[in-house]
Design a binder for this molecule. Structure first.
Ligand SMILES: *[C@@H]1O[C@H](CO)[C@@H](O)[C@H](O)[C@H]1NC(C)=O
Ligand SMILES: *[C@@H]1O[C@H](CO)[C@@H](O)[C@H](O)[C@H]1NC(C)=O
Length: 393
């Protein structure tokens, strides 16, 4: 009983599957009164409803002059090597001028193998995009399916709002996906198979809210901050790392640094020049690909010209004092930096000496405070070492 039921249900299932696939692959192209032909092939249009004995007349878009076609003995219209110019409405008429049949001929090419790329913006969903490789000139649709670990195929869902893409939700890590993107038109079908794991196609969206700003009193520094792409789920086990590229607006070559943080300080910016900064992201463990570059952020490093502003204001009032800032300016930043650096070094040396002296004193005091045992041992050790030497000598 149960085996019979199972058998029956299986048969029903098979039937359901076959009817679905039949309806999927045939119904859309069976438009009433449309005939499809492949460019370069011979297309034969039949005049149905005709009286077997009587002659027929064919017209193309109303005109009876069809130089590119021959009417056969059966009243069919044969069109050898059709080209795009043969596209149009063909009608056949009987002797009395009554229209027997009218068809629209559309010509084109069968599909080529589509170009497909798949990308995961995070570890939960991924989507595939495709482009046709041949301009077929014909209505086209795509059948998109995938298999996980070679199980039975599932549908990669197409959203009409985003043509030529399909997406898979709740994707699994460490499993092999076999994607099948099939392009189909009235003249045939062509598919491309893509096999991948989700981590190999992960490519985050670019970082967001990228900001660059000067660092006060640091003429060669820029502080850059950014945020995770909002599409990347904030989870501790799927982190991103980042890279920055930056250059002065007028230069061509980018400099690049990598970081795991959400902020970084550029230390070799060009003084006084406006810089462009962009950030991109990648899975922390190097899976997949770098994201596209983020939106540009722009900033100019801090400049000392902001300091002598009151002086400039004064000089504006009294034009005679103009030479003074001019003389000062070229010296100012370099001299200041040099003085600052030497002062810093001097302070450091003094500090080191002070610390060393302090340490020495501390050690001395510590030793004398402790029992003289160590000292004695130390001395006896030296003594014992020197003894044999003396004996040899
Ligand atoms: C992934 O799927 C979840 C729900 O399944 C959805 O909320 C989220 O927006 C999707 N992410 C992307 C990038 O499509
Ligand atoms: C891909 O899908 C098409 C349409 O469903 C199917 O005809 C074809 O056999 C599939 N190819 C593979 C390798 O599964």
């Amino acid at each position: 009983m149960s085996s019979l039921a199972r058998c029956l249900s299986r048969v029903m299932c098979l039937l359901a599957v076959t009817t679905i696939s039949v309806s999927l692959s045939s119904h859309t192209w069976k438009e009433e009164g449309v005939v499809y032909g492949k460019i370069g092939d011979t297309v034969t249009l039949t005049c149905s409803n005709r009286n077997a004995s009587s002659e027929v007349v064919w017209r193309f878009n109303g005109s009876s002059n069809i130089r590119w076609g021959n009417v056969t003995d059966h009243g069919d219209l044969e069109l050898p090597r059709v080209g795009p110019s043969a596209m149009g409405h063909y009608s056949c008429y009987d002797q009395s001028g009554g229209r027997l049949q009218s068809v629209l001929l559309r010509v084109g090419y069968p599909p080529g193998i589509p170009f497909v790329t798949c990308r995961a913006a995070d570890y939960h969903n991924f989507s595939c995009r495709w482009n046709s490789s041949v301009e077929t000139l014909l209505p086209t649709r795509y059948i998109t399916s995938y298999r996980v670990d070679r199980n039975s195929p599932e549908i990669c869902v197409q959203d009409p709002r985003h043509p030529n893409t399909c997406s898979v939700r709740s994707s699994k890590l460490w499993t092999s996906y076999q994607m099948n993107i099939t392009e189909e038109n009235p003249l045939g079908s062509s598919f491309r198979i893509l096999e991948f794991t989700v981590q190999s196609i992960v490519k985050p969206d670019p970082p967001e809210i990228v900001l660059a700003e000067p660092v006060p009193h640091a003429p060669r520094r820029l502080r850059v901050t950014w945020a995770y792409p909002s599409t990347w789920p904030q989870e501790p086990h799927f982190q991103l790392k980042f890279r920055l590229q930056y250059r002065p607006v007028l230069h061509m070559l980018w400099s690049m640094v990598e970081t795991a943080n959400l902020t970084d300080i550029i230390t070799d910016a060009f003084m006084g020049l406006e810089h462009i900064v962009q950030v991109s992201a990648r899975d922390f463990l190097d899976a997949g690909n770098w994201s596209e570059w983020s939106m540009e952020a722009r900033a100019t490093p801090w400049t000392s010209t902001e300091m002598p502003e009151p002086v400039l204001e004064l000089s504006n009032e009294t034009t005679t004092e103009e030479p003074e800032p001019q003389v000062k300016e070229p010296f100012d930043p370099v001299e200041k930096a040099a003085v600052m650096i030497s002062l810093g070094i001097f302070a450091f040396v003094v500090l080191v000496i002070f610390l060393a002296v302090g340490a020495l004193i501390w050690v001395r005091v510590g030793r004398t405070m402790k029992d003289g045992g160590i000292k004695a041992n130390f001395l006896t050790a030296i003594h014992m070492k020197t003894l044999p030497k003396n004996q040899i000598l």
